[in-house]
Design a protein around this ligand. Sequence first.
Ligand code: ZN
Length: 123
Amino acid sequence: MSNSEVIRLQMFSEWPFREDCQCTPELMAKAGFAHCPSENEPEVACCFYCLRELEGWEPEDNPWSEHAKCSPNCAFLCMKKTFDKLTAIEYFQLEQEWLRILVSYIIVSPAVQSSLRDGSRLV
Ligand SMILES: [Zn+2]
């Protein structure tokens, strides 16, 4: 288990789907998800890599196929190896791609947009 998988698994402490489910915390973390609940949506999971959020989980949902449905081009999903098996070049390529996703995510975020509009500083 990679470090990032361990961290994601810890984030699922309040996750409701446990025994007899396809989407247990262990399987969710392995498929790249972290639990990121909000007050109105307690069962939201987000891919740490493509940052896609998925809600409305059912006990029989398979995290890998749900991930593939919502984000078929996610590089984490398409990766054939676990992080600890990557070569240095593969790791840096993934990291570069991830930074591209992160920057485009930040640019479209409402907080950044309004800050750009009114000139205030982000906290
Ligand atoms: Zn993803």
